[in-house]
Design a binder for this molecule. Structure first.
Ligand code: 6PG
Length: 244
């Protein structure tokens, strides 16, 4: 996979500052041309430092929060009060501290049937992005140590290779829970997609995704290849240690 925009930071703290600066600049660039900036937040632990940084005095006033529209890349089908809930983490780290209008914040519902939640989310995405040049202005992604991203896990080909729906729900056996996730088509229609990957536990997965054979059934993050948008990789030295 030829990688154009790959940035390596010394550690997670430097990576978070680098992404925060990059994001502020991109938001300002988009808002000169459009009246809104749409972003799909990643779940998991990696982006938490970034979210906290964006809510800090150093960055908070450099973003026009009233023109941001917030989505999530995926959600664990657990109550909002559950520590594993991705929206809960984002609210605690960022959204409870910045003035994004509530009507512009779109958590994936976890208080209803997961299939219905995915259908509702799919419709919301079409309401936002049909007849637009591209989908999200930005999708933030993490990488699992098994090369999953979003909730696109190895072994769930029906979700991995979905071509029509933009959101899907399925039961993730290994975590004994349903997941609701964006699918590759809507992410690959985004203006920009950025992976944030830190830690030596991701070294092998990253090496497979970036330098290994193309086999998205085994390495689902390889499905992410924006058709017209730009793909960015923000890594720390530990995660990047296996790359040539
Ligand atoms: C999730 C995420 C998932 C995450 C990776 C990496 O809901 O878990 O969407 O794809 O980005 O599992 O997670 P960490 O950042 O915690 O390593």
């Amino acid at each position: 996979m030829n990688v154009k925009n790959l940035h390596v930071s010394k550690d997670a703290g430097e990576l978070s500052r680098q992404v925060a600066d990059w994001l502020v600049e991109y938001i300002q660039e988009v808002l000169v041309l459009r009246n809104r900036f749409t972003i799909a937040l990643s779940g998991g632990n990696t982006p938490k430092k970034l979210y906290q940084l964006l809510a800090s005095d150093t960055y908070k006033d450099r973003i026009n929060w009233k023109r941001l529209h917030i989505f999530w890349g995926d959600e664990r089908d657990v109550p909002f009060t559950d520590e594993r809930n991705n929206a809960k983490m984002a609210f605690e780290a960022l959204l409870s501290h910045v003035p994004v209008p509530a009507s512009q914040v779109h958590p994936i519902q976890t208080d209803t049937d997961p299939g219905l939640s995915a259908e509702t989310y799919d419709q919301l995405l079409h309401d936002y992005f049909d007849r637009q040049l591209y989908s999200f202005d930005l999708v933030l992604l993490g990488l699992g140590d098994n090369a999953h991203t979003l909730s696109l896990f190895p072994g769930y080909d029906e979700v991995l290779f979905e071509k029509e729906d933009w959101a899907k729900a399925f039961y993730l056996d290994e975590q004994h829970m349903h997941r609701i996730t964006l699918t590759a088509p809507v992410v690959n229609s985004a203006g920009r997609v950025a992976f944030l990957v830190t830690g030596s536990d991701k070294t092998s997965a990253l090496q497979h995704v970036l330098s290994g054979e193309y086999n998205p059934a085994l390495y689902p993050a390889q499905l992410i290849a924006p058709a017209n948008g730009e793909l960015y990789w923000f890594l720390d030295t530990n995660a990047a240690s296996g790359l040539k």
